[in-house]
Design a protein around this ligand. Structure first.
Ligand code: TA6
Length: 295
């Protein structure tokens, strides 16, 4: 059964053995099991904390949370009533359709439209579509954002990000190529620093210490590597990328983080997080990512 529709989730099964699990809550991918390009043994590629809530009571600590219409604490006037990372990851999406189901892959479309709870906090017209596609060694997740206004105004101004928790040993994982790309270091609290990006020439980024870097106008293709694994992240239209790991100093204070969870993942998050996408009525924006298990 390539597409298993359950009450609170959808399970995708690829004929070659890979699988993915998507909670309707937040359209959160909570599992992606895939063999690598060199072996067909499916292994779990994402991290979900054992303390994560999967009952819709709060955003999932792990997997691939969908961040929309704001990243981090809101800074745009349209987002002033929203909580950190916006509402998309804490609303229940609908399964719209099975887009593809064949030897090449299995693909489903989920949708989210304004409801009373959302409109109280965010009164702009929108329609979201999230297309999740499972192939033998890849998982693609594409976010389509439409301004459904009947005229050119009101404009829809937003940020968007896919908050990938990639399962990897944080003590040795490296992320490339970010050499020479300017970034904002969110581990330094002073607002002033956030207006002056840092630039480093080190060839690879590690997360051996608390890391929370927002890279602007980043390459769009990232290799996440460690001694026994490798995942490639390819992004389209997500012009920025965030690299985050709280390590013990911050991770131990996160209520739904399992003990030592910070040792078992790195967040590599394609997004549009510096500035805002601006859509007139009728316009659509699409941000895409393809995750490939290489080793
Ligand atoms: O993407 C990195 C980040 O913005 C960090 O600053 C940290 O807050 C993380 O997201 C997790 O945020 P959450 O709201 O899910 O606890």
């Amino acid at each position: 059964m390539p597409v298993d529709k359950q009450s609170d989730r959808i399970v995708l099964n690829h004929p070659k053995g890979s699988s993915a699990e998507i909670l309707l809550y937040g359209a959160t991918v909570i599992s992606w099991k895939s063999g690598s390009t060199s072996s067909s043994l499916p292994t779990e590629r994402l991290f979900v904390s054992s303390k994560a809530a999967l009952d819709g009571s709060k955003p999932v600590r792990g997997g691939i949370p969908v961040v929309f219409p704001c990243f981090g604490a809101p800074t745009h006037p349209d987002h002033s009533k929203l909580s950190q990372h916006g509402f998309a990851r804490s609303e229940t999406w609908s399964l719209d359709s099975v887009v593809m189901d064949n030897e090449a892959g299995v693909s489903v479309k989920l949708t989210l439209d304004p409801n009373g709870r959302v409109t109280e906090k965010f009164d702009k017209p929108f329609h979201l579509e999230y297309v999740v596609t499972l192939a033998e060694h890849q998982l693609s997740t594409d976010l389509h954002v439409k301004n459904t206004a009947q005229s050119t105004t009101p404009t829809l101004e937003f940020q968007a990000l896919l908050h990938n928790y990639i399962r990897a040993p944080s003590e040795e994982v490296l992320i490339t190529p970010l050499q020479g790309v300017s970034y904002y270091d969110k581990t330094e609290s002073t607002e002033e620093l956030r207006t002056h990006p840092k630039i480093e020439q080190r060839s690879a980024v590690d997360v051996k210490k608390f890391t929370d870097f927002a890279y602007e106008n980043a390459p769009g293709k990232y290799e996440v590597t460690w001694s026994s694994g490798k995942v490639e992240v390819k992004a389209t239209n997500f012009k920025d990328v965030v690299v985050w790991n709280p390590q013990q100093e911050v991770g131990s204070k996160i209520g739904d983080m399992e003990d030592g969870g910070w040792e078992r993942y790195v967040c590599v998050e394609p997004g549009y997080v510096r500035g805002f996408v601006k859509l007139e009525g009728g316009q659509t924006w699409v941000g895409q990512q393809v995750l490939t298990a290489k080793l």
